[in-house]
Design a protein around this ligand. Structure first.
Ligand code: SF4
Ligand code: SF4
Length: 457
């Protein structure tokens, strides 16, 4: 093919110069990407109840989702939420193929909607870019390549800052940026490292992230079937393909594909969708837009390339909600219900109370019996606080050996105390005692522990 995708025959990488066509799908993708970019860049700075919208602090094992703080003790909730997300992606892939890649994936959004557009502004369209790369290092080429490198590096640096803000929080990021370099050399090193990685991805690796490295793309073949709606070429309608012969009396012996190759030239992964569904296809819909343009010009119906399942093209079936899709939907509903239950029943504080091992009970003066307990209290709120322990039974008193001090945000304290009860109240060897956690004069949680003593008949 003598087009923009012509490659070397020496085994070297085929550099892709996709044409940009602003069709209906492209416009929708642009709008979605702007919303995504606004959300992504403002996410670390938006506060809900004083907490960021999203924080994934793997270093301190603290996670925030929509202002809800999840501490290491809640890690199972985080894992459950990740599982729900994963099953949603699987269901979405079964129903719509790799559409996540072309429309939502940050890699595609940055590559196609940010870096590719900037590249086009600086170096011109695909034809000009190809010519520029193939040509000698003229003054114009040096200027354009320098501007592009500086702009790419700047945007990569911005992305790397935002990326770090999602890990360490926006306040810590601002400190790194505003404090003297010597105080945060590790943080600055990380930002520079991420920036270099992003620059390499968007200037050199590009579509290979999707076609070679992304495991999700590789799994697509397992998840999709003949019912999955994917970007596909309707070969029943398009074949036999062939250029329009203006001298011919009739074109009836030909399909609707005029073999213009535009669908290949717009493809950011460099494939020919007419060869069937391929792993490299990210469902970006660029080929649908351009083929629709062609069909308009030759006065044929649109969607020679469109969202079709194999059965829609070859068995003339309507899109269907299959049993497999129903099963995954049921799993999602179930998991979401379980997740919702755990999130809404999640307590602000966690307490573990254990009777001191090896000690049964102590006889105290005045006819009282005591037991010694160790407890650990965890503060899962976003405010530091002080907790008092009290029994709901007025006969049972708490006497601290080591009182719980203030508990910092996300922190924990250990405490040691006696529970003291009149011997006359002990009528069985093992009694349940309900301990209340009091914060700001309010009972916020109760925990049950056991009390042992000599039976008083
Ligand atoms: S853009 Fe449409 S008409 Fe042109 S080659 Fe591709 S499928 Fe055929
Ligand atoms: S084949 Fe079409 S939908 Fe798939 S990646 Fe290429 S242009 Fe995008």
């Amino acid at each position: 093919m003598d087009g923009l995708l012509e490659g070397n025959n020496d085994g070297k990488r085929k550099w892709i110069y996709p044409l940009i066509r602003k069709g209906t799908f492209y416009k929708w993708r642009s709008r979605i990407s702007y919303v995504f970019l606004i959300f992504l860049f403002s996410g670390p700075f938006i506060r809900i109840n004083g907490q960021p919208l999203l924080l994934l602090n793997f270093i301190d094992r603290q996670f925030v989702l929509f202002g809800q703080v999840f501490w290491p003790q809640d890690i199972f909730l985080f894992m459950l939420a990740s599982l729900v997300f994963l099953v949603c992606i699987v269901l979405f892939t079964i129903a719509f193929g790799r559409i996540f890649c072309g429309w939502i994936c940050p890699q595609t959004i940055f590559m196609e909607m940010v870096f590719r557009k900037i590249e086009e502004w600086i170096e011109g369209d695909a034809h000009k870019r190809k010519k520029l790369d193939a040509g000698p290092w003229t003054r114009e080429k040096i200027i354009k390549k320098t501007i592009k490198t500086v702009v790419f590096l700047f945007i990569s640096f911005l992305i790397s800052n935002i990326f770090l803000a999602y890990i360490i929080g926006s306040d810590s990021l601002i400190k790194i940026i505003t404090d003297p370099v010597s105080e945060h050399w590790l943080g600055l090193l990380l930002i520079s490292g991420f920036a270099a990685a992003f620059y390499t991805v968007y200037s050199r690796i590009r579509e290979q992230v999707c076609t070679l490295f992304c495991p999700y793309g590789r799994l697509q073949g397992v998840m999709t079937d003949q019912h999955t709606l994917v970007v596909a070429y309707n070969d029943v309608r398009g074949e036999p393909r062939g250029k329009i012969d203006k001298k011919a009396i009739s074109q009836d012996d030909k399909g609707d594909c005029v073999d213009c190759s535009l669908c290949v030239e717009v493809c950011p992964t460099g494939i020919d969708i007419r060869q069937g569904t391929q792993l490299e296809c990210t469902n970006c819909t660029a080929c649908i837009d351009v083929c629709d343009e062609v069909m308009d010009k030759i006065h044929k119906p649109r969607r020679l390339i469109g969202f079709f399942s194999e059965n829609m093209i070859h068995a003339r079936e309507k899109p269907s909600f299959t049993g497999r899709m129903m099963a995954y939907s049921a799993v999602i509903l179930l998991l979401t219900g379980v997740l919702g239950f755990f999130i809404f029943s999640r307590s602000d504080m966690d307490i573990t109370v254990m009777r001191s091992p090896g000690l049964l009970y102590q006889k105290q003066a005045g006819g009282y019996i005591s037991n010694i307990y160790n407890a650990e209290i965890i503060n899962k709120t976003n405010k530091s606080c002080t907790i008092i322990l009290r029994s709901d039974n007025p006969d049972v008193k708490v006497k601290y050996i080591q009182a719980p001090g203030p508990i910092s945000v996300g922190g924990s304290v250990k405490t040691m105390f006696f529970l003291i009860m009149p011997a006359s109240e002990i009528h069985k060897p093992d009694i349940d005692v309900h301990l209340q956690l009091i914060r700001d004069n309010k009972i916020i949680q109760s925990v049950t522990t056991s009390f042992v003593g000599p039976i008083n008949n």
